[in-house]
Design a protein around this ligand. Structure first.
Ligand code: 3PY
Length: 267
């Protein structure tokens, strides 16, 4: 199966994705098939309604199987906020589900970022355990091939969305094995004492967002950001962001229905 997000990272090209919050194979497949330009999908087990176990496995498989096996890279956002005692088993389940990457919310120090990397990589790099009977099949490879390639193919991403994380962003991004830092503009705004974006972030938060991107790039890492529209996403791509969310399943559904009704009513 393909991994468009990794390809885009390697080619230094901005990639666009979308957020999946609804459980089950239908929403996952619908989203993944919506456009050949969709490079990745975040399966949201933090704020979305998708249970990590066994829900993520169902969503990840449906996403990656879409488009004749050429579907977007499925990235699982785990539920545990910050790095807690649950982070390790949640990363294990996300990756056993066949995810091409993990996204860990609210990682605020370099030490915590190191823990995330250790849980995501097989030895000798990390401490990820092996045992799933089906993970390799989701990637379309044999067990030895999976074990050989997983460390280089699984993308490890942490969210920068607290004041403390901003202070430590360079150290977090520089951690060996962290592929990208992901800005959550909503939590970041709240943590910095500003209202959430509506739809754009407060100018003071915007300065911090630009700084995070510069710091990540300064240590050779990618910077990702959550947006809620294609127009916002295009601006972020111009500014040099590498991985940009453009919409969510529920957001698009509501916007689409409202737009069609307005058209029907001639409004
Ligand atoms: C945030 O903006 O806080 C996010 O995590 C995006 O979902």
């Amino acid at each position: 199966a393909s991994h468009p997000l990794l390809r885009a990272f390697k080619a230094n090209k901005a990639s666009f994705g979308a957020w999946l919050t609804l459980p089950g194979t239908f929403p996952a497949r619908t989203l993944a098939q919506a456009s050949p330009h969709l490079d990745w999908v975040v399966v949201d087990c933090e704020h979305g309604l998708i249970p990590l176990v066994p829900g993520a496995a169902e969503s990840v498989t449906a996403i990656q199987d879409a488009r004749q096996g050429g579907g977007p890279s499925a990235i699982v956002r785990i539920p545990a906020t910050g790095v807690t005692a649950s982070t390790s088993w949640q990363i294990k389940h996300a990756l056993d589900a066949g995810a091409r990457g993990v996204l860990v919310p609210m990682v605020s120090t370099g030490e915590k970022a190191k823990e995330v990397v250790a849980d995501s990589r097989f030895p000798p790099v990390g401490r990820r355990g092996f045992g799933s009977p089906f993970t390799h099949g989701i990637w379309g490879v044999t067990v030895p091939e999976y074990l050989k390639s997983a460390n280089d193919n699984v993308l490890v991403m942490v969210q920068i969305e607290t004041k403390e994380a901003v202070e430590n962003v360079r150290e977090i991004a520089a951690v060996d094995g962290i592929d990208a830092v992901f800005i959550g503009p909503y939590d970041l705004s709240i943590s910095l004492g500003y209202p959430p974006p509506s739809p754009d972030p407060h100018p003071e938060v915007e300065k911090v967002i630009q700084k995070i991107c510069q710091e990540a790039h300064a240590v050779g890492k990618k910077c990702a950001i959550f947006c809620i529209s294609g127009a916002q996403g295009a601006e972020r791509a111009k500014q040099g962001f590498d991985m940009i969310n453009v919409t969510t399943d529920t957001g698009s559904m509501a916007e689409g229905i409202a737009k069609h009704l307005s058209n029907a009513l001639g409004q």
